[in-house]
Design a protein around this ligand. Structure first.
Ligand code: F6P
Length: 322
């Protein structure tokens, strides 16, 4: 093995740069050349590469986003797109590629490995934390802290005005961001895709909190689910039942930016080292994740399996939110 490539794909996630840096440093320490592939699979298809040396990754560990840029590439989902991608890999003389991204990235990577025999190793990076085979994905911790910071600020104004607030967080069809930021922010209610939602039940519990415990304000954390912006409709439905003054805040892409937390920098660094080590050890078609503090390798094809929320956190939420 002489030369490897690295790309970031899908939604950007804080900590991706720490991971790229770790890939480059580990590769150089093992006398491998490193090539950066720009704009994810879209750039790979077009052969957009840049040499990555020590200088290229210097002073990047603290920056959010990805220095390589990223994309969601419909073309890569087609056999023609992957044929062009495989040709670019051959042209660049790459003996292996590190794929930093989420489940969508790995489904495509798995096909590339299968169809073309190209050694690829994935690293999970997604603020949604919805990748099976790792306890945490790079970017989740920073995004959860961003959501928490927003909830804390909203609590100040909610309390001052006796208002009910709906705070919508990202996460697609997963409630990880909502659950952890909701617990940390002391939310009264949680609306997540993993659980059925009844406006009447949520309203009844909120009413009970106002009546029995004398609460005058409350925060409901809503996971965006399949329909970003859905908290406006949810707020409307609950207002019909409860008749309490409310406001909606959709955090949106704010959660994807900003400097990565300690946890995301350390995770990105650890998994970047593990990915290159895996390639050097001859592993292929797998993802390097972290499970219970240990590096764990999962076949790329399995990373799309449903990843359940922590049952202990689910159990304690109702107890703490009264
Ligand atoms: O997958 C990460 C994520 O931020 C999701 O939480 C969100 O639904 C989606 O990406 C937004 O994607 P885009 O930036 O393409 O609008």
């Amino acid at each position: 093995m002489k030369r490897i490539g690295v790309l970031t794909s899908g939604g950007d996630a804080p900590g991706m740069n720490a991971c790229i840096r770790a890939v480059v440093r580990t590769a150089l320490a093992n006398e491998l050349e490193v090539v950066g592939i720009r704009r994810g699979y879209a750039g790979l298809i077009r052969g957009e590469t840049v040499p990555l040396d020590r200088r290229a990754i210097r002073n990047t560990i603290h920056i959010g986003g990805t220095i390589l840029e990223t994309s969601r590439s419909p073309e890569f989902r087609t056999p023609e797109g992957r044929t062009r991608a495989a040709a670019s890999i051959e042209e660049a003389g790459l003996d292996g590629v590190v794929l930093i991204g989420g489940d969508g990235t790995f489904q495509g990577g798995s096909l590339l490995a299968e169809e073309w025999g190209i050694p690829v190793v994935g690293v999970p990076a997604s603020i949604d934390n919805d990748v099976y085979g790792t306890d945490y994905c790079i970017g989740f911790d920073t995004a959860a802290n961003c959501a928490l910071n927003a909830i804390d600020r909203i609590r100040d104004t909610a309390r001052s005005h006796d208002r009910l607030f709906f705070v919508e967080v990202m996460g697609r069809e997963s409630g990880f961001l909502a659950l952890e930021s909701g617990i940390a922010g002391g939310a009264e209610e949680l609306i997540i895709p993993e659980e059925s939602f009844s406006p009447a039940d949520v309203s009844a519990r909120l009413r009970e909190g106002f009546r029995r415990f004398g609460k005058k304000s409350a925060i409901v954390v809503v996971a965006e689910g399949e329909m970003p912006g859905r908290s406006f409709e949810i707020a409307h439905e609950i207002r019909e039942h409860l008749g309490y003054e409310s406001r909606v805040v959709v955090l949106g892409h704010l959660q994807r930016g900003g400097p990565p937390t300690v946890r995301d920098r350390v995770l990105g660094s650890m998994l970047g080292v593990a990915a290159v080590t895996a390639l050097l050890d001859g592993r292929n078609g797998c993802m390097a994740g972290e499970v219970k503090g240990e590096i764990a390798y999962t076949p790329l094809g399995e990373t799309g399996r449903v990843k359940s929320l922590d049952p202990d956190l689910m159990r304690i939420f109702p107890l703490l939110s009264e």
